[in-house]
Design a protein around this ligand. Structure first.
Ligand code: ZN
Ligand code: ZN
Length: 217
C-alpha cells in the first residue's frame, strides 16, 4: 500500500471473505506494523475488520501469536462478524451485503454500494449463478479466475465460467483476479475476446488503481 501511494494510515475497514491463508494471512503483518508505525501513533479513528462467523476466534488466534496482542493498537480496533445477506455499513455512508459462495463453509462474496456506485467482489468461489444476480448492472464486477480451461475441483472458476457470469450480470466493467500459475503463459486478452464478454474485462495486477465513478470532467 505504501509503495503504490495508498493512504494506508487512514484505512477505514477491512473485509475478510474466508479463512484461506491467501485471504487472511496478511492481517498479522499488517496489524503488527500499524501497532508501531509512526504514522499510526496519533490516529484516533477506529479500524473495523469484518469477517464471517468464526472470525473473532481466528483473529484472536493470530493475535496470540508470540503474544502480539493485535487488538491493542494506538487506535480502536473493531472486529465484527457479519450476518449473511444482512446489510451493514462497511464505512460511513457505504453499504455492503455479503452472500455465501460455493468455496468453503464460511466463504462470502460482497456487494458494496457508495451512493450510485456499486461493486461486487466474488472472492473465491465455485461456479454459481447467484453471483450473476448479485452483480447485476454493477459498475465493477470483480471475479476470481483461478484456472484457465480446466480445474481440479469445483471450488474455483475457469475463464468460460467467469465470462458466462459476466455476460449474465451485465456490469459496466469487469475485472478478473486470483490467477494460478496456469495463467502465466496465457494471452489474457485473446482468450477473453474468444468468449465475447460484452464489456471491458480487465486483468488485475498488483498496484492497479481503478476509478469507479464516471468522470464527467
Ligand atoms: Zn480460498
Ligand atoms: Zn484464494
Amino acid at each position: 500500500m505504501a509503495e503504490i501511494g495508498v493512504d494506508w494510515p487512514n484505512l477505514d475497514a477491512i473485509w475478510i471473505s474466508h479463512f484461506h491463508m491467501d485471504h487472511v494471512g496478511g492481517l498479522g503483518p499488517l496489524l503488527a506494523g500499524t501497532k508501531h508505525a509512526p504514522q499510526m501513533q496519533e490516529r484516533q479513528k477506529p479500524l473495523t475488520i469484518y469477517g464471517p462467523v468464526g472470525f473473532e476466534k481466528l483473529f484472536d488466534g493470530i493475535s496470540s501469536v508470540r503474544d502480539y496482542k493485535l487488538r491493542e493498537q494506538p487506535f480502536p480496533v473493531n472486529v465484527i462478524e457479519i450476518t449473511t445477506m444482512e446489510k451493514f455499513e462497511i464505512v460511513a455512508g457505504v453499504e455492503a451485503v455479503a452472500m455465501s459462495t460455493e468455496h468453503t463453509p464460511e466463504s462470502h462474496a460482497i456487494h458494496i454500494r457508495d451512493g450510485e456506485t456499486t461493486v461486487v467482489y466474488s472472492a473465491d468461489t465455485g461456479f454459481d449463478g447467484k453471483l450473476a444476480a448479485l452483480a447485476t448492472n454493477v459498475d465493477l464486477m470483480l471475479l476470481e479466475c483461478a484456472f484457465v480451461h480446466q480445474k481440479p475441483n469445483k471450488k474455483h472458476l475457469i475463464l468460460s465460467e467467469a465470462i458466462h457470469l459476466i455476460r449474465k450480470a451485465k456490469p459496466r466493467r469487469a475485472m478478473l483476479t486470483h490467477f494460478y500459475p496456469e495463467w502465466d503463459d496465457v494471452d489474457f486478452e485473446k482468450e477473453v475476446e474468444l468468449l465475447s464478454p460484452m464489456c471491458e474485462v480487465i486483468q488485475a495486477e498488483d498496484g492497479l488503481t481503478l476509478q469507479l465513478t464516471m468522470d464527467n470532467g
